[in-house]
Structure formats: structure tokens, C-alpha cells
Write a new protein. Structure first.
Length: 142
């Protein structure tokens, strides 16, 4: 039974993650950071690579976790993500010992594209035409 109110007479509106999902995602994220820091995973794609776990999104039933990762320096991201997904069952087993949840979620690793998007935005703002437009807009507002 859901405790989230729905507007009467309307179709359900998409809502963001619940507090429960957010808390569980942070719990899993912190535990995975520790596990990845402590464990030596024998995989050529993961050797000598430092991985940042940027976010964990939990399914509403908390049985599935999408783990957003970024390799340090951003290089070889597809190979690193593949390597992590190859070892997802092993990492899930370690996670089960590290957290106290009714179910240990299945893990799916994906590359976090937000860093690439931020770099793209920086390049756009560095464009002389965009800079000129922004400056003229600021002068118009003054």
C-alpha cells in the first residue's frame, strides 16, 4: 500500500524516488565505495583503475540498483563498466555482508555521462559567440 497521495481523477503522475529509495541508494553507494577500495578484483579492465561511484538509483522494491560510475580520468569507461558488470555477482555478495537490508540488490553498472555533459556545457560557454551573447544580455538587464 502506497502512502504517496495521488491526485483524484487524474492518471498517476511520475514521481521522483522515495526517501526510502534515496536512503538505500546512499547506503549501497557508500558500501560499494569501501568494497571497491578494499577488494582486489582480478580483471585486466579494472587493474590499476580508480573508480568513482557517483550515484546509486534503487528500484521501488529495492531489489535492483543501477550504479553510476566514472573511472578516474574518464578513460576506458566502456571497458571498466564491462569489467564491473562481469564481477557484479561477486560485488553483490560482498555488499550483502556490508549492509543490512532485507534483500541485497542486483547490481547493474553504467557509465555516468554527467561529467561528459558538464564538459560539453563548459565548451559551449567558452565559445566566443555564446560569451558575447551572455555579456550583451547581462548589460541589457543592468
Amino acid at each position: 500500500m502506497s502512502r504517496r497521495p495521488r491526485p483524484s481523477g487524474k492518471s498517476p503522475q511520475p514521481l521522483g524516488p522515495s526517501q526510502r529509495q534515496l536512503r538505500a541508494g546512499e547506503l549501497v553507494r557508500h558500501a560499494l565505495v569501501e568494497i571497491l577500495h578494499e577488494e582486489d578484483i582480478n580483471d585486466p579492465a579494472l587493474e590499476g583503475v580508480s573508480v568513482t561511484v557517483t550515484e546509486v538509483r534503487m528500484s521501488p522494491d529495492l531489489r535492483h540498483a543501477t550504479v553510476f560510475v566514472e573511472p578516474l580520468g574518464g578513460g576506458h569507461a566502456p571497458e571498466v563498466v564491462e569489467g564491473l558488470n562481469r564481477h557484479a555477482r561477486f560485488l553483490r555478495g560482498r555488499l550483502g555482508h556490508a549492509i543490512e537490508m532485507k534483500f541485497t540488490p542486483d547490481l547493474k553498472f553504467v557509465h555516468d555521462e554527467s561529467f561528459n555533459e558538464a564538459a560539453r556545457m563548459d565548451r559551449l560557454f567558452d565559445d566566443p559567440r555564446v560569451r558575447r551573447d551572455l555579456q550583451s544580455r547581462n548589460e541589457d538587464e543592468d
